[in-house]
Design a protein around this ligand. Structure first.
Ligand code: IPM
Ligand code: MG
Length: 354
């Protein structure tokens, strides 16, 4: 049996993971993978029940699992509690605790959605890129100070630290990803300003010697942000630090049409972790209107990377493709003339196409 820990989390997390689990069950009937699901709490929901956003038991269960499927955490309700108890803390605890060092965020443009893109169709059409974001280092995990008095004024600070092994580990995975894609890697940094970026660039250049078949270039993050909007087709794989990757991957989601469609995989030392890149959207929670395709496509990545079930992964991806091509749209991607569907209906329609 393959054990999958499901963490619905908060807000629409429950609906989107319910939907993805139904799709995985359908896939399991067809491919006989032997999937077994167990549920755990994290985020605000866990805080309400146990006083902790990430109960130790949740982390332990994840460590022993073949893979983790995650919904989303956060919500206004928990905005004013102590920083250490905030729902987002669960995500950081899972990332650090499971050693999830590489966050893969593929961006693909669906032909069926191209006309709904806020960007020009000829500009985004055919874009296919992968953002490889470092996930357990940098400014997210550096030493910080929430408040101190310095020279008579209050200030706060964060630190960005990267070590050579941390950069090598993420860059190696990015080179390997580029090698099996179109052979192009763009490393994004801010080496004109930051010391940590200058080390980043030096280490990436050194590692490139081991990957002569991959064409490497470097962009400063400000220019990368502009290039993503100007000409996304120039990119194959992008590798970058934790914070730059956070920012660029939201920008890149626009190229793909909707953040609701974007999956992600976080590759770890102990297990790997799969989640849509959208948040918990508390305003639409429980209304059966959330787009669960990002989570369903994350489940496809789970099959691909954790269970080595490529055929099953492709089956899910093509079922989503067909659903869109057949004119079905959830509210976030709805346009006049298409068939509007809710979360439950979308799940059924996708299952029917498996
Ligand atoms: C993401 C999210 C998180 C992050 C938030 C929820 C803390 O934006 O996964 O991209 O910044 O990493
Ligand atoms: Mg983000």
């Amino acid at each position: 049996m393959k054990k999958i820990i499901v963490i619905p989390g908060d807000g629409i997390g429950k609906e989107v993971t319910d939907s993805a689990v139904k799709v995985l069950k359908k896939i399991d009937e067809k491919f006989q993978i032997g999937l077994e699901f167990e549920y755990r709490d994290a985020g605000g929901t866990a805080y309400d029940k146990f006083g902790e956003p990430l109960p130790a038991e949740t982390l332990d269960a994840c460590k022993k699992a073949d893979a983790v499927l995650f919904g989303a955490v956060g919500g206004k309700k928990w905005d004013n509690i102590d920083v250490d108890k905030r729902p987002e803390k669960a995500l950081f605890g899972l990332r650090k605790g499971l050693g999830l060092f590489a966050n893969l965020r593929p961006v693909k443009v669906y032909d069926a959605l191209i006309d709904g893109s806020p960007l020009k169709p000829e500009l985004v059409g055919g874009s296919d890129l992968l953002i490889v974001r470092e996930l357990v280092g940098g400014i997210y995990f550096g030493e910080r100070c929430e408040s101190e008095i310095y020279n008579g004024v209050e200030r706060a600070w964060d630190t960005e630290i990267y070590s050579v092994p941390e950069i090598e580990r993420i860059a190696k995975l990015a080179f390997e990803s580029a090698k099996i894609r179109r052979g192009k890697l763009t490393s994004v940094d801010k080496a004109n300003v930051l010391a940590s970026s200058r080390l980043w660039r030096r280490v990436v250049i050194e590692l490139a010697k081991n990957f002569p078949e991959v064409e490497l270039n470097h962009l400063y993050v400000d220019n990368a942000a502009m290039q993503l909007a100007l000409n996304p087709k120039q990119f194959d794989v992008i590798v970058t630090s934790n914070m730059f990757g956070d920012i660029l991957s939201d920008e890149a989601a626009v190229i793909g049409g909707s953040i609701g469609l974007m999956p992600s995989a976080s590759i770890g030392e102990l297990t790997s972790f799969y989640e849509p890149i959208h948040g918990s959207a508390p305003d639409i929670a429980g209304k059966n209107i959330a787009n669960s395709m990002g989570t369903i496509l994350s489940a496809a990545m789970l099959l691909r990377y954790s269970l080595n079930a490529e055929e099953a992964a492709k089956n899910i991806e093509s079922a989503v493709d067909k659903t869109l091509a057949d004119g079905y749209r959830t509210a976030d991607i709805y346009q006049d003339g298409f068939k509007k569907i809710g979360t439950d209906e979308a799940t059924e329609i996708i299952c029917d196409r498996i």
